[in-house]
Unconditional design. Structure first.
Lengths: 899, 116
């Protein structure tokens, strides 16, 4: 078959075939032509020679394919080796470039590392809270938590709870049947011993096949057997976590079968959970025990009571239909308890296993965390803009080197490749440093934002590493490419060449844009910081009603031995005598519950009304107190009198109401003498003898509440025994007084545990969100300012260097040196001014996002914006000062000569 | 035309090609001619087999190719031996000589008490 007489048009196709094929064709053609020539030399005619040569050639197609494959393989190998070589060369060049300009490289790396690290830190927090499923659990996406939405009577809002009591659990499980098991757990903290100094462990009480549902298998030993989990047969056995086993039990496997002390009792260790498994909450669990072994201390079977709801219920679902049916049947089971109003009006829903993603979870901390991610993104953008400017500066300073390279024949593609490698090396270096800053930052954020959680491990893990690297490459890439994007095209060589002395319009526009962006973002961040600081200040100045600084509360709880409540109460009375005599204490009083520590209600009947007056914040609540209580807590009596010793059991009943109650119920500030029936409608009148100022009941910021007080001696029986000692003292002496009180308490009631707190300490957590917001925004704002200032400094410094010639001419023509300096600073201020204007506009737009987090502060406060602008302008002047000073020092003769 | 032409075993073709190139770089046609002349026209060289051999040995790293000009002034692909190729040639040659000696040994063997 003749293939040699190709139609001539096919010859043109060779241009489009890959080189490998073309080479092979050429090689074979040469061989054919040589053979023909040889045959002709031996006497054949051309035609004969061709025929014979063709016959000898054989069927080309057969082997051509094979050879082509071989050649392609060889070529691919060669290409790979070549590419690797060029990458190695580029990396070597990049490293050498970095070493030649160490200050600039360091600044670039540090700036990027700070920006990337900040994002890494926030990502780590958000990842742990919202994204990462609990480790060690099988198929976490199938697990569900139960939530109950309780519909209150309007106008009281409903609320969602995630904790249930045991009877509710039992009802639900009964409704679901044995083939749809659910499990539950409740966490608590227990001391590993009886004395106060013993360390605490986080303990989870387990109901149902908890481990089986989560798909966790024992690492050593075993987990609970079904009979050990039966609710009415206490089993003193525990499973310990791997971490706890290492930390507190010495990492010795022989501990299985031995006992560990929890509180007053000894539990046998039967197994160790696998490494990495710490329960399904954010906070790590150390020890699991069957719920049947927990006790409330009062001896009653806790599991029959509907008053303690501390079980979180879990289920596993594998498809949406199953889930719907499960929820429906669970609701049926729950509503069977028609006599319990809480259960009857609760609707169950299920949510993902991550508690933060469930319904009703919008804590202040998590909203701050989310907004912080926006903040760190801004910081990163500032850093990127800064680095872009720095890199552009460096590229322009190297223009001679670039020009030589281009002259030697380096293609635009290679130039771009070299640039990309440089940015890659920088980015990876910055990314590695960022891992360190991200870890530190994450630890700092954990401590600030969520200090109560026992974090199981370091924030540095594979996910953070991957995220940091990805962000590093993105940021580094952006920073390198940005300066060279000119109206949509990427033009490295001409951008660099066209820069410099001619003024480089496009290039300086890019720099200007970068500076303006930095300034705008700094304005936004700094104003955020200022707003949070103002909120914090406003909140700190709130009058809570109490004399917060001087109030200390103390109460007894069971320690080494179980002490019944009445004994503890009596001991408290005895302690009050002695405490009253401590120097520094001006009053010691008793109450059934301490200030802002809880509430009590009782049935009340108002003559002339047929229903209980209720505010949106709830019905009236009371505290039963001893006469000195108001002085101890610093509560002013606005009208009438405080209680006295004459208000005893048997004498006429009295009560003191707060201002809100007076206004709301009797519509006059002075309802002295009004009558209220407490406990039953037929009880004797309790007369209002005084009106107290409003105080906070639960939270630092709350709606007005209806509150009243009863003397301990006249309170309903269940509220008559004092539970807390309320001490009013001089603020400076609080620390000393706490220690003395502790001594007195342990002496009075041996075997007990004394809990002493100052009021300031117990409410401090409520200020936390604002404190954290202020601190974090301030840190990031300062960071942004620093980065922006560096950017301005380098930009103006470079501009001065560029304009040396021009400035020299001006000086030679008679310009004042001071005018030169002013001109330089003025150019910087103009740019920053534009940025400030942009930043203010952005702040006004974004203000809506943080409005909900502020207190008594207008998110668009003009004073704040003006203040921030002034700060930024001052920073600009400071940053531009040095280059401006250098400009004034120019010697016109030298500069003109140098050109 | 040709006297009876022997078919060349594929394995020995590599040896002959290597030997041809050991005298200096050459193009495919030159190698074919060398083998044909060396074997006094006995071996019939299938060009497909020749070029398969050359390209395979290039992949193995025994020869390397480059484009040059033939003595007639035409552009041709030349091959030359690499250092590993030289080592391979020595090994193949030694192997061949062993093979030849073994075959000759068996053929020359005279069993006890038998007549030729």
């Amino acid at each position: 078959m003749s293939r040699l007489h190709e139609p001539s048009w096919r010859r043109y196709l060779t241009f489009w075939r890959p080189t490998v094929d073309r080479d092979l064709d050429a090689e074979l053609r040469f061989h054919f032509d040589e053979r023909v020539a040889d045959l002709v030399a031996r006497g054949r005619t051309q035609a004969e020679a061709r025929v014979e040569a063709e016959r000898e050639f054989g069927d080309r197609e057969e082997y051509r394919e094979r050879i082509r494959e071989i050649d392609h393989r060889v070529q691919a190998r060669r290409d790979r080796a070549e590419w690797l070589e060029s990458v190695k060369t580029d990396v070597r060049l990049a490293v050498r470039g970095m070493r030649r300009a160490p200050a600039l490289s360091a600044m670039v790396v540090v700036t990027l590392a700070l920006g990337i690290g900040a994002n890494g830190a926030i990502f780590s927090m958000i990842d742990r809270i919202y994204l990462r499923p609990p480790p060690g659990v099988a198929a976490p996406e199938q697990l569900r938590r139960f939530y109950g939405y309780y519909e209150s009577r309007p106008p009281m809002p409903g609320f969602t709870r995630s904790s249930f009591n045991y009877p509710e659990f039992a009802d639900i499980q009964a409704s679901l049947g044995n083939d749809r098991p659910i499990a539950a757990f409740g966490t608590t903290a227990l001391r590993l011993g009886t004395d106060d100094g013993a360390p605490e462990a986080s303990v989870a009480d387990v109901v149902g096949d908890y481990f089986g549902m989560l798909g966790v298998r024992p690492w050593r030993g075993r987990f609970f057997a079904p009979q050990e989990l039966a609710i009415d047969a206490p089993t003193l056995a525990v499973v310990v976590s791997h971490r706890f086993w290492n930390r507190a039990l010495g990492g010795d496997t022989s501990v299985i079968g031995k006992d560990v002390q929890l509180g007053r009792r000894k539990f046998r260790v039967i197994g160790i959970a696998p490494p990495g498994f710490d329960g399904v909450d954010l906070s790590a669990v150390d020890i699991w025990r069957p719920a049947n072994s927990s006790s409330t201390g009062s001896g009653r079977s806790w599991y029959a009571s509907r008053n303690t709801s501390r079980l979180q219920i879990l289920a596993r679902v594998n498809d949406p239909v199953y889930e719907r049916v499960l929820v429906h049947d669970a609701n049926n089971g729950l509503h069977r308890a028609v006599d319990d109003r809480l259960a009857a009006k609760t609707t169950i829903s299920v949510g993902p296993i991550l508690a933060s993603r469930g319904p009703g979870n919008d804590s202040k901390e998590s909203s701050i965390a989310l907004r912080l991610s926006g903040v760190t993104l801004m910081v990163l953008l500032i850093a990127v803009a800064n680095v872009a400017n720095l890199l552009l500066t460096r590229a322009i300073l190297r223009r001679r080197e670039i020009a030589v390279r281009v002259a030697l024949g380096v293609s635009r593609g290679r130039l771009a490749a070299q640039l990309i490698t440089e940015s890659g090396v920088l980015a990876i270096t910055a990314g590695l440093v960022a891992l360190v800053t991200a870890t530190w930052g994450a630890v700092a954020i954990r401590t600030l934002l969520l200090p109560d959680i026992q974090w199981p491990d370091s924030p540095l893990d594979m996910r953070l590493g991957a995220f940091t690297l990805a962000v590093a490459l993105l940021a580094g890439g952006l920073a390198s490419i940005l300066p060279f994007v000119r109206s949509g095209t990427l033009d490295v060589a001409s951008t660099i060449r066209g820069g410099a002395t001619q003024g480089g319009q496009a290039r300086s526009k890019v720099r200007a844009a970068l500076i303006v962006t930095q300034a705008a973002l700094s304005v936004v961040l700094l104003s955020g910081a200022a707003l949070f600081l103002r909120s914090l200040e406003a909140v700190s100045r709130l009058d809570l009603g109490y004399d917060v600084a001087g109030v200390v509360t103390a109460s007894f709880s069971s320690g080494a031995r179980v002490i019944p409540f009445s004994d503890r109460s009596r001991a408290l009375v005895a302690v009050r005598e002695r405490v009253g005599r401590i120097p520094g204490v001006h009053t010691a009083a008793l109450a059934n519950i301490g200030p802002m520590a809880g509430l009590a209600t009782e049935r009340m009947f108002f003559p002339g009304r047929d229903s209980l007056p209720t505010l949106p914040s709830g019905p009236p609540t009371f505290t039963s107190v001893s006469p000195e209580f108001f002085r101890a807590a610093g509560i002013t009596i606005r009208a009438g009198r405080a209680f006295s010793d004459l208000d005893r059991d048997g004498s006429s009943r009295v009560m003191i109401v707060n201002e809100t109650m007076a206004r709301f119920i009797w519509r006059k500030p002075n309802p002295l003498g009004e009558c209220v029936h407490i406990e039953t409608a037929a009880s004797p009148c309790t007369t209002v003898v005084g009106v107290s100022e409003d105080v906070r009941r639960d939270k630092v910021i709350e709606e007005p509440m209806l509150q009243f007080y009863l003397p301990l001696a006249q309170a309903p029986l269940w509220a008559r025994e004092p539970g807390t000692l309320v001490i009013g003292a001089e603020p400076a002496a609080v620390a000393r007084i706490r220690n003395e009180v502790r001594v007195i308490m342990t002496q009075t009631l041996p075997g007990s545990s004394a809990e002493i707190t100052s009021l300031a300490e117990s409410i401090a957590p409520q200020y936390r969100p604002w404190r954290i917001g202020a601190r974090l925004f301030a840190v990031f704002g300062a960071l942004a300012l620093l980065v922006a200032a560096i950017g301005i400094y380098s930009a103006i410094g470079y501009a001065v260097t560029q304009r040396t010639h021009e400035l020299g001419v001006r000086l030679a023509l008679g310009a004042q040196r001071s005018a030169i300096g002013t001109m330089v600073i003025g150019s910087g201020l103009r740019l920053v001014g534009a940025g400030i204007a942009l930043g203010i506009a952005a702040s006004l737009v974004l203000s809506r996002l943080i409005e909900s987090l502020l207190y008594a502060t207008d998110a668009r406060d003009p004073v704040v914006l003006a203040g921030v602008s002034v700060v930024l302008l001052l920073a600009t002047i400071a940053a531009a000062a040095v280059p401006a000073w250098r400009a004034t020092r120019l010697d016109p003769v030298k500069t003109l000569r140098a050109e | 035309m040709t006297t009876s032409e022997l078919d060349l075993l594929q394995g020995t073709l590599d040896l002959l090609v290597l030997k041809a190139l050991s005298w200096g770089a050459n193009h495919g046609y030159g190698v074919a001619r060398f083998i044909r002349e060396g074997s006094a026209q006995s071996f019939r060289i299938q060009d497909g087999a020749l070029y398969t051999s050359l390209h395979r040995m290039e992949e193995r790293g025994w020869v390397e190719s480059f484009w040059g000009t033939s003595d007639r002034g035409k552009r041709a692909k030349f091959y030359r031996l690499t250092t590993p190729g030289r080592r391979a040639l020595r090994a193949e040659q030694a192997g061949w000589e062993q093979y030849v000696a073994a075959v000759a040994g068996v053929i020359a063997l005279r069993p006890e008490g038998a007549t030729a």
